[in-house]
Design a protein around this ligand. Structure first.
Ligand SMILES: Cc1cc2nc3c(=O)[nH]c(=O)nc-3n(C[C@H](O)[C@H](O)[C@H](O)COP(=O)(O)O)c2cc1C
Length: 180
């Protein structure tokens, strides 16, 4: 169980466990989007990772932050290249995010990640071709955040790849959770 525990929560395991579960449910209630983050080592490696800890953190400059597990394959790639992409997924394509929860199979010749075609724009981070839109980012700051790193990237290129009115995927459209 992860502390701290506020005053009023008993010292016993049962009370701490109850608080711990309530805190997790509350954290899961926080609304968020659901994206695929594309990464590369700048050479032959590529990955796509289902990610919900994505947020804009500045509008001048245009900075986006992503929270990435320190032991994720994606983490090493972003560290190595200093770039990442954020792909916005159509609600109707929600099945995609289940395919990007572990390191993917890459076909460089065919330019596919787990069979899904990708394109590369300014940074070289892969962008799923069926994304509604993408944000192509260069890392400007890295913040150690417990078992994650918060990578702050500047948007150096972005575009819609589908109709702008397409509904995009949110965590609440799935039965999945993360963190908490
Ligand atoms: C719904 C959902 C949301 C997720 N969000 C994040 C996230 O925000 N950050 C993160 O590091 N991993 C997140 N993950 C876990 C990653 O998708 C993945 O399982 C793990 O980090 C390994 O990624 P890798 O392919 O880079 O090794 C999420 C998983 C799911 C199912």
């Amino acid at each position: 169980m992860v502390g701290p525990f506020p005053p009023g929560v008993g010292d016993d395991d049962a009370a701490r466990d109850e608080y711990d579960r309530m805190r997790r449910r509350l954290l899961w209630k926080m609304p968020s989007g659901l994206y695929v983050v594309g990464s590369t080592d700048g050479a032959t490696r590529r990955n796509g990772m289902t990610t919900n800890w994505v947020t804009q953190i500045s509008f001048d400059p245009k900075w986006i932050g992503i929270g990435v597990e320190r032991d994720a394959f994606t983490h090493g790639l972003v560290e190595a290249s200093g770039v990442f992409s954020v792909c916005l997924i159509a609600r109707d394509d929600r099945a995609i995010v289940r395919k990007f929860t572990k390191p993917v199979e890459v076909d460089l010749q065919a330019a596919t990640l787990n069979g899904f075609p990708y394109v590369e724009r300014v940074t070289g981070a892969p962008i799923l071709a069926q994304s509604v839109g993408y944000l192509d980012c260069e890392v400007r700051e890295r913040v150690a955040a417990g078992n994650h790193t918060f990578f702050v990237g500047e948007v150096v290129d972005c575009a819609f790849l589908a109709d702008e009115d397409t509904d995009v995927l949110r965590m609440e459209d799935t039965r999945m959770n993360y963190g908490g």
